[in-house]
Design a protein around this ligand. Structure first.
Ligand code: P1T
Length: 385
């Protein structure tokens, strides 16, 4: 019998799902099967694996584990978050339409508007905090609704269950990008989403040392299409990347708890600082999505955004002058990062409905000592304020 059971708790699944000891040697950790191909005993017969684009045991372990964390029947790993998003969007063809929220990762918007848009797929960016407006103006060509919650970078929270109901009432499918929350804080399939996508580069991997993407899904036919694309297109993660991501996943729960705690300390500092005009964090009682976040999340995460008195010049200075918060794109790693979305991660949304404020700073609050992080940020805010 497999050592993992669907009824096990989150941390137990993180450590054991898909990770039975390796049968030949007893290796406790799934090995890195660094091979491109697998010997076959006879023509037309194989031992479960033929060619490593099609399947690799290290990738299988990761797929089984993260699917178990999302409460999904199927997990499909990709070479990056964008590759996973691309595979899901391939459900759309010329003449189809997709709704996405008016705040989302810039790369997702670029792929939908420039790449799929160039192939005849239309999109509308809408305020999904008011899903009834989308319902009233529903475009009948819509096949997919695409949401992030909390969103990147404004940390807007949208009601997954409400949007799932609306989407399904029109016969469309709902995809939730769960990168910011991670399955430890939020499981969208249980709230009615049809597919969950991750940049596993972020909290799942957790150590800023690998790029990866993931789809968790229950729909059998869609899962089969995605597996077909995994093999036919070939945007698959290598075995070492799968190993690193799976190693990261083992500590997801304890990391997320500490991300939550450290982010709360940073939010307290920002709320009390005169250089700051707005603090965007779903854990704040005054956040417009706080009540929904309390319902659909078990914690508010490690991402904090804020706006500065003094506009873009001050924002650029703050982003460049912290000691511990490293100025860099990405998020979700153990170390703290700071960035200016308007110029960095979200440059591709400039001039669109998704444009972000020029005085916005985004923090990925890491696991350093909270006192040190608070002191670092306070120092730079005091200097500019
Ligand atoms: O970078 P990649 O693994 O391809 O994932 C793309 C992606 C998808 N979805 C969300 C919500 C994301 O935030 C990202 C990547 N985001 C950054 C690199 C960033 O700094 O925001």
């Amino acid at each position: 019998m497999s050592i993992d059971q669907p009824t096990d708790g989150f941390e137990t699944r993180a450590l054991h799902a898909g990770q039975d000891p390796e049968p030949i040697t007893g290796a406790v950790i799934p090995p890195i099967f660094q091979t491109s191909t697998f010997a076959q005993p006879r023509v037309g017969e194989h031992l479960g694996y033929e060619y490593a684009r099609t399947g690799n045991p290290t990738r299988t372990a990761l797929q089984v584990c993260v699917a178990a964390l999302e409460g999904a029947q199927h997990g499909i790993a990709f070479a990056s978050g964008m590759a996973a998003i691309d595979a899901l969007l391939r459900r759309l063809g010329p003449g189809d339409h997709i709704y996405l929220g008016d705040d989302a990762y810039g790369g997702t918007y670029r792929l939908i508007s420039n790449v799929f848009g160039g192939h005849g797929v239309a999109h509308s960016a809408v305020d999904l905090t008011k899903p009834e407006t989308m319902a009233e103006n529903w475009n009948p060509a819509t096949k997919l609704v695409w949401i992030e919650t909390p969103t990147n970078p404004l940390l807007t929270v949208v009601d997954i269950a409400a949007i799932a109901d609306i989407t399904h009432s029109f016969g469309a499918k709902l995809v939730v990008d769960n990168t910011f929350a991670s399955p430890y804080l939020q499981t969208p399939l249980a709230l009615g989403a049809d597919a969950v996508v991750h940049s596993s580069t972020k909290y799942l991997g957790g150590h800023s040392d690998t790029i990866g993407g993931f789809v968790a899904i229950n729909d059998e036919d869609w899962a089969a299409d995605l597996r077909y694309l995994q093999n036919a297109v070939g945007a698959v993660p290598g075995p070492f990347d799968c190993f690193l991501t799976l190693r990261g996943v083992k500590t997801l729960g304890v990391r997320m708890d500490r991300h939550n705690e450290n982010a709360t300390r940073i939010v307290e500092l920002l709320l009390g600082h005169h250089a700051v005009t707005h603090v965007l964090y779903p854990g704040l009682p005054g956040h417009p999505g706080h009540e929904i976040a309390k319902e659909q999340m078990s914690g508010f995460g490690g991402m904090v955004s804020f706006r500065l008195r003094g506009g873009i010049d001050v924002a650029m200075k703050v982003a460049a002058e912290t000691r511990l918060f490293t100025l860099a794109e990405s998020l979700g790693g153990v170390e703290s990062l700071i960035e200016h979305p308007g110029v960095m991660t979200h440059a591709s949304v400039a001039g669109s409905a998704l444009e972000v404020p020029a005085d916005l700073i985004r923090l990925s609050v890491g696991l350093e000592s909270a006192d040190d992080l608070v002191a670092d940020l306070r120092d730079v805010l005091d200097r500019v304020g």
